[in-house]
Write a new protein. Sequence first.
Lengths: 279, 205
Amino acid sequence: MPGAVGKFRDSTFKAVMGNVDYKSAVTVLGQAMGGEKKLSEALHEAYMYAFSMSSGEVETSAETKEEPVKKAETALRAVEHTPAADTSGDKTETQKDTAQKKDEAQAQQDDSQAYEEDKKADTVSAFKESQSVYADIALPANVTYEMPKLPADGISPVAGIVSSGFGYREHPSDGQVRFHYGTDIAADRGTVVSAFSDGSVYAVGESSTYGLYVILEHENGMQTMYAHLDETLVSGGETVTKGENIGKVGASGNATGPCLHFEIIEDGMYVNPEYYISW
Amino acid sequence: MVKRKKNIQSGMGFILFMAWALCCLGVWEMLLTLLAILIHESGHIIAVILSGGRISHAEADTGGLELRYSGGSMSYAADALLSAAGPAASLFAAILCSTLGKYLEFTGMDFFTGLNLLFFLFNLLPVSVLDGGKIFFAVIASLFGPFAAEKFRIFLDAAIIAALFAGGAAVMFRYPHNPTLLICAVVIADSCCKYNDCGVKLHRK
């Protein structure tokens, strides 16, 4: 019964509130008051948070640096899988051998975990280093450069090349330094886009910035967004599985060419999608 | 003789509003919202006391806190100042928080600053249920008399509520599942119909 009530509340809340983020709308007004943002920009962002998508449509802008801004390019790869522990052995092994093999497997697993942690730290460090040229610009309130563990493993939604990464960048349309809340993956128009992981379709919509987009909701409330699509293949409320086709690559919205704009929101924070996908 | 007893009441509308804030914003933000409301209303209360009056009744509902006071100065200027005290308190709180935010690390400082700023701006809307409407009424009444002010008030209320409903419908059409403006329109229309004013209800006794 409590589960049913919770589901009813969640579906009703989603149906009523949709994609609004009042907290962020109010917060940017406070930031404008404190001088962290220009008033016009804050009003624009507040409008977008309150009346439109709460995510990357809102591109925070920053004053252009006086010194020439170095273009930061990263090509991050997901943490590589380590080979599974070799547990094959003699069928007539003794208990001692079994215990020894268990210990070795455990040690190997510990090493793998340590290796994974090191790789994770290196990956995060490399990304932060690439963003260091923008170190004097405040990070948006709902963004983290860390690499939190996601509730489920995912796959790259499309095979392609990262044309524009997560983080601060010079916007392709006007050269202004703005925060990019997702990763743009360039691919041929019409290429099928797949679901990052199991979940359900939270929203299908269209906006002047994102173009045609799909938002999926996954385990523990994690959300992923797929934008600039030419076509969507799912509708709201549908259940999808990892790898299932949900749309086709296009150049809708303010895309400068055919690409998929992919975002991951974990626990209310935008994270770098390039940490979690490989191609 | 009408007996008016001192009391503080809370209507279902206020409880619903706080529940909605809890859903949309979270526990901490809901508490900050409550604090911002208290700061705003404290501005009115302090102004009433400083003007020599006293609060005899307070009721919280969807559109805000309705205060009834007695005594104090009896003039349109006094009414305007008493109505302006609430937004002034919110503005003061916003400026104070934005200044303190530069020196103190406090989670939610920007949110609280923005909230007070929003209360300041929103309450200055020239709708009769809000402080801006009361200030507007007092100014027009002092210049052209209460009958002209009343006609202005009715016209302005209708125009603003109609604009909010139209805007709300446009937003719902443009951004599906976004009832933001519609909720504002319904709350303001409801308050206008129910009480004929809201926020600080300045009743001379």
